[in-house]
Design a protein. Structure first.
Length: 483
């Protein structure tokens, strides 16, 4: 079983439902104010709770939304840093600090997804260059003899391969474009629904202004409900728009890939005419093809160097930032005391799970880079062994990242098992822990830079927000007495 079987990979922001569910577990601590006015710790905790449950900046573009959320999480984390402790409001501050850092990790993960998509795009360019090099080599071999028949056979085979590649590329391009069209339809539907909800809320607002205070107060809840629905529809529209925007560079690259194949087919046709009419010019054609192959190989070496610099630079920066924030989230939550132990365990579990998803995404990226290098080695591009050494390095990095993912999932499972709940909720959390412990990271080189199709990424906290009263225990039963 892989993470993609049951969880959401690389979510762009911490789910509001998850925050609310976790804050529900802090209710006893948040309600337990001291005598004689609020202390600085109480004020910091209450302020952070408000910050973490406000809107996500719906209606703005993706970049400004991310900046808004990042500023909000940073504000909460900074406000809580001096108040984290193991008792009273310090314990609540520990959990909220964990949530804030988890949110910062989610924002960093969003940047990492973009960087992984850029690596995927560059690998597509590299594969295209390798295909062009293979074409030039085949053309040079076809022009190396005056006997036209071997050259014609080679060109026919190359033509069939390219046409097969073209058909495959066109099918893949259509799938991507169809998915973008589907997303755009979903965006329009969500925006229309949001507009409808806001219109209803506006009409109710106008109506309430003419009603007595008591009746207007009752109508206020309906207004808020329609407003929340509009917010959810707008958030869904923005979420789907982000996914569509992530696919557009891929669609453009696939279109360019089709054009490159078409250009290669044109070269094949040109070579075929040359074989038929200009046999005497075969030596010249041979030299030109070799020169093109050498130039293409030089381009490939430069592209590889640029790719490695990008991975070691921007991508590694985003990866390390994501990992640092997620680890800080777990570290902050681990400092919580008995009063908020369950909320802290959930924060630690979800942070560890997301850390596992991070490592699995990075492992998939290394696997894809290694596969591209191994393909280039197979077709004869590795003249000095450098590609083989680089492929081995990426395979080792893949293995290391997969091991880290496995460890992180195990940490998430262990944190889940520490949550003190009863009955069906406990069974569900144990089931989630079993699933996490059974994950065998299986990087997929085809989609390592893509966002998941569905899921909330908050199944831990969803389990703790049921309507049957099986969520957080209301008392502070010692752990050895918990079920």
């Amino acid at each position: 079983m892989t993470t993609r079987d049951h969880t959401n990979l690389g979510r762009a922001a911490l789910g509001r439902a998850a925050r609310l569910a976790l804050l529900a577990g802090l209710a006893p601590a948040l309600a337990a104010g001291g005598c004689g006015g609020e202390t600085e710790s109480e004020t910091a905790v209450r302020d952070a709770a408000i910050v973490l449950t406000t809107g996500d900046g719906s209606g703005e573009n993706a970049e400004s939304m991310s900046e808004f959320r990042q500023a909000r999480y940073t504000q909460a984390a900074n406000g809580l840093s001096a108040h984290v402790g193991d008792d009273g409001f310090g314990s609540a501050a520990a959990v909220l600090s964990g949530l804030a850092h988890q949110g910062l990790g989610a924002e960093a993960f969003g940047k990492l997804v973009i960087d992984l998509g850029e690596v995927q795009r560059r690998l597509t360019v590299l594969r295209g260059s390798a295909g062009a090099w293979r074409t030039h080599r085949a053309l040079s071999e076809a022009a190396s003899t005056y006997d036209p028949q071997p050259r014609i056979t080679s060109l026919d085979q190359l033509d069939a391969t390219l046409r097969s590649d073209l058909e495959q590329a066109q099918r893949v391009s259509k799938l991507v474009n169809d998915q973008i069209a589907e997303f755009e339809s979903r965006i329009a539907q969500a925006e229309a629904s949001a507009a409808g909800e806001r219109n209803v809320a506006g009409e109710l607002q106008l109506e309430s202004s003419t009603k007595p205070a008591a009746e207007a107060a009752l109508m206020a809840e309906r207004i808020r409900e329609h407003t929340r629905r509009a917010d959810r529809f707008e958030f869904e529209a923005q979420r789907v728009r982000t996914r569509a925007d992530q696919l557009r560079p891929d669609a453009a690259e696939k279109s360019a890939h089709i054009e490159r194949i078409g250009a290669q087919l044109a070269l094949v046709e040109e070579a075929r005419r040359g074989v038929a009419t200009r046999t005497q010019a075969s030596n010249r054609h041979h030299a030109e093809a070799l020169q093109s192959a050498a130039q293409t190989r030089g381009d490939i070496v430069e592209q590889l160097d640029a790719l490695e610099r990008y991975i070691a630079g921007e991508l590694e920066t985003a990866r390390s930032l994501t990992a640092r924030e997620l680890r800080e989230a777990s570290s902050a939550a681990s400092r919580a005391g008995q009063a908020t132990q369950d909320s802290a365990s959930l924060v630690r579990a979800s942070s560890a799970q997301r850390l596992g998803e991070l490592h699995e995404s990075v492992a998939a990226m290394h696997a894809s880079v290694a596969a591209a290098l191994e393909h280039m080695i197979e077709i004869g591009l590795d003249e000095d062994g450098a590609m083989a050494r680089l492929a081995q390095t990426h395979r080792q990095s893949e293995a290391d990242a997969r091991d880290e993912a496995t460890d992180a999932y195990a940490d998430a499972a262990a944190a889940l098992r520490r949550v003190r709940v009863r009955g069906e909720t406990k069974d569900r959390l144990n089931e989630l822990a079993d699933r996490l412990e059974g994950i065998e990271p299986d990087p997929s080189p085809e989609d390592f830079g893509a966002e998941p199709d569905d899921g909330t990424g908050d199944e831990f906290t969803d389990e703790m927000s049921t309507d049957e009263g099986e969520g957080f225990p209301e008392d502070n039963t010692p752990e050895d007495e918990a079920p």
